[in-house]
Write a protein that binds this ligand. Structure first.
Ligand code: UDP
Ligand code: MG
Length: 330
């Protein structure tokens, strides 16, 4: 029976045929150089290109260190990482993007920190190589998150992170949908630390995130970790209602003292439009939370695994672990 590895590296893969060959040639030597036992868990998130073929080929080259989890459809990056965490067996887990924006050579740095007893190693990108609007957008959203959620991470965007087993166990027990793994992990960690790492331009291929999905992700981050928006909204509602009540009284008194008047019609329109805007925003905000609850109560599986490629001793080992896991939960 093969022993459990010291380190698991979890990598989500979605249409990454352009970067995978280079990723393989850099990642394996970098991990070999660490001199510890390791496994790499690739999670194919329903790629439509040659990614699966490349992963299969790599698996046949390094079967002992490679495990490949295949989804039958695209479930999103965070579902893929969650699956990777569930399959990872290592004492430490490092998550990494496939696109080589975070150099695999830096994994040793994270492992060093985990060795020192930290259970969550966050990362701060040095000279971030992304488009200006993404940098601007993420600075703003970082500020907002700091203000209204308990999550304290300097740089939320970078997925390269290291987790100790205790944090991974807590993550695996989380049943929340549409969550944000680094933020969640930072809440579970008892001894977190952050390290600077270099950041490179995407090696090849395109970003899988559009402006739309970035906005979605950040809505999840805010509404998933805080009800402050709702509270702020009810506060605003209270204030607006109070002002409206005063205005109503003023108009009533004027109606009695001055008689009927039709001036100020456009002021009234402006006022009404403003209130409609506030009301629509509030409905949208409520919708965000209701949507989260809706996704949660459906209790659908977060992902469906079509197949797992792993060598026989790894598979046996995992099945033994699964049994222990089931007994623990009973
Ligand atoms: N990814 C995924 N499923 C998706 C979108 C992305 O597994 O639906 C993976 C992708 O293959 C990459 C990582 O998530 O390994 C980050 O994606 P990307 O580099 O496009 O995001 P960005 O760096 O632009 O935020
Ligand atoms: Mg990227």
């Amino acid at each position: 029976m093969s022993e459990t590895p010291k380190l698991s590296v979890v990598i989500p893969v979605y249409n990454e045929e352009a970067v995978l060959p280079t990723l393989f040639t850099r990642l394996y030597p970098a991990l070999d150089a660490l001199g510890i036992s390791y496994e790499i868990v690739f999670v194919n998130d329903g790629s439509k290109d040659r990614s699966v073929a490349l992963l299969r080929q790599q698996f046949s080259l390094r079967p002992r260190e490679t495990r490949v989890v295949l989804f039958h459809a695209n479930f999103g990056q965070h579902s893929a990482v969650m699956a990777g965490l569930a399959y990872a067996r290592g004492e430490y887990v490092v998550t990494l993007d496939a696109d080589l924006q975070n150099p695999p050579e830096e994994i040793g740095k994270l492992v060093g920190m985990l060795d020192q007893g930290y259970d969550y190693v966050g990362t701060i990108r040095q000279q971030r190589q992304d488009s200006w609007w993404r940098r601007w957008f993420s600075r703003r959203i970082n500020k907002l998150r700091e203000m209204i959620t308990p999550v304290r991470i300097t740089d939320q965007g970078c997925m390269m992170r290291g987790y100790a087993r205790s944090v991974v166990t807590a993550l695996n027990q989380t049943r929340e949908v549409n969550t944000f793994i680094p933020a969640l992990a930072s809440l579970y960690a008892m001894k977190p630390i952050e390290v600077p790492i270099t950041h490179e331009e995407r090696f090849a291929g395109n970003s899988k995130y559009s402006m739309y999905s970035l906005i979605r992700l950040n809505f999840d981050l805010i509404t998933g970790f805080s009800v402050v928006p709702l509270q702020l909204f009810s506060m605003t509602g209270m204030l607006v209602a109070l002002i409206s009540a005063v205005l109503f009284l003023v108009l009533l008194v004027r109606r009695i003292w001055v008689g009927s008047e039709a001036e100020g019609l456009f002021t009234l329109f402006a006022f009404v439009f403003f209130l409609i805007g506030v009301a629509l925003f509030g409905i949208g905000l409520l919708g965000e939370y209701v949507g989260r609850i809706y996704a949660q109560v459906r209790e659908r599986p977060r992902y469906i695994v079509e197949a797992v490629l792993e060598d026989e001793s790894n598979a046996l080992n995992r099945r033994a672990q699964d049994r222990v896991g089931q007994e623990l939960y009973r």
